[in-house]
Design a protein around this ligand. Structure first.
Ligand code: PMP
Length: 395
């Protein structure tokens, strides 16, 4: 693809595609949004990397800490991966412990310790662990299944005193979309607290997308540390980690946890991020996205062999013969164990059929789709009709 505008991608031969991947999530306002472009261009004209104190990261930080009470202090990095690496380092320093608990199918970027039983690009890999991981790093990672309080209890009973932090995507979105029961997350928070381990929410996908306050705001479960990425930079390279001030004060230069980055908090990304969040503030975009999501849900309800799990503007199309007609799985899919066995096999032909129709989905059965403020009702209807034709033709 050579470019994008609004809800469309354009390929190198000039063909246009209706995009439901949206760069894997950052582009909540659509491609090349004019407001974000103006903010980034302004920064470009003033000089794009200053290497010293500047007001732009401070403005973005104050915007966030003023609206998300569990983020008392925040630090900007260049990616979600870096945000997670740094938050884990803080957790280890704060607790003096080394083990990290993660969940099957959750993806937290490509730091070694997080590449076990990960989702995203590893979801369809023959082995869900990356090659090239140092054995002593891997030993520090504990893995629990999603949606299973009994397994959690056992894990904390056995390992609780060694666990520095439990990290979770509170709405797992890297192995399909696997909404967790609030009771499961509450149990996790309680077990972490009673074992003096920290709770880290990885909101790289959900942050500022499910609402300005992300999943922590929606659920009322406030983590000790939180990681952001994607929407927070409006499509520019930004990640962030934050949380309780007492924890964040461990980070250099105030404290002993080293973390720095030559290009971190560069003005271009900070200005683009702030312009994006400001557009989201009055809630109109979130309401629009919810109504588009409902339209998609209704449209799919009549189609065979396909179902949808959706939360706000994040959706997962499940292509499977096991799906009840009516658009939703008979029981919500919340863990890897509950995945339909034929979901991956059915996706590839569907993906190519849609591509031929000028519709672009993320190219994997387990990647979620994203709606943006640039999508219109007619775009949703086009997707539904293309799915109807594709499924009718046996894709
Ligand atoms: N955490 C989650 C939940 C993610 O979805 C991702 C990326 N998809 C990451 C971390 C890593 O972010 P990045 O690709 O910016 O390094």
């Amino acid at each position: 693809m050579s470019g994008g505008a609004g809800s469309r991608l354009r390929d190198v031969e000039g063909r246009e595609y209706l995009d439901f991947c949206m760069a894997f999530g950052p582009l909540i306002l659509g491609h090349a949004d004019s407001g974000v472009r103006a903010a980034a261009t302004g920064a470009l004209e003033r000089g794009w990397s200053l290497g010293t104190a500047e007001p732009y990261s401070l403005e973005l930080a104050e915007y966030i800490t003023g609206r998300l009470p569990w983020v008392e202090s925040i630090r900007f990095v260049n990616s979600g991966t870096e945000a997670v690496m740094s938050a884990l380092r803080v957790a280890r320093a704060a607790t003096g412990r080394s083990k990290i608990l993660k969940f099957e199918g959750c993806y937290h970027g490509h730091a070694d310790a997080m590449l076990l039983k990960a989702g995203s690009g590893l979801a369809e890999a023959p082995v869900p662990d990356s090659a090239g991981l140092a054995p002593d790093v891997v030993q520090e990672t504990l893995i629990a299944p999603l949606d299973d309080e009994a397994a959690l209890e056992k894990m904390f009973a056995r390992e609780g005193e060694h666990i520095a932090a439990a990290i979770i995507e509170p709405l797992p979105a890297n192995y399909g979309l696997l909404p967790q029961r609030p009771q499961f997350l509450q149990r996790l928070a309680a077990l972490a607290r009673s074992h003096a381990a920290l709770l880290i929410f990885d909101e790289v996908i959900t942050g500022f997308r499910l609402g300005l306050q992300g999943y922590a705001g929606l659920s009322g479960i406030h983590p000790d540390l939180v990681t952001y990425g994607k929407v927070i930079g409006g499509g520019f390279p930004v990640g962030a980690y934050g949380g309780r001030r007492s924890l964040m004060e461990l980070v250099a230069p105030a404290g002993p946890v080293y973390q720095a980055g030559t290009l971190s908090a560069n003005p271009l990304a900070m200005c683009a991020g702030l312009a994006t969040l400001q557009r989201l503030e009055d809630g109109r975009v979130y309401r629009q996205l919810e109504s588009l999501g409902q339209r998609l849900e209704k449209g799919l309800a009549g189609l065979p062999d396909i179902a949808l799990q959706r939360v706000g503007s994040i959706f997962w199309l499940i292509r499977s013969a096991a799906m009840r007609p009516g658009g939703k799985p008979a029981a919500a899919i919340r863990s890897l164990r509950a995945l339909p066995a034929d979901a991956a096999a059915g996706f590839a032909p569907l993906f190519h059929r849609l591509l031929d129709e000028g519709i672009y989905l993320a190219p994997s059965a387990y990647e979620v789709g994203f709606l943006s403020a640039a999508h219109r009702e007619a775009d949703i209807d086009r997707l539904v009709e293309a799915l109807r034709r594709s499924l009718g033709a046996g894709a």
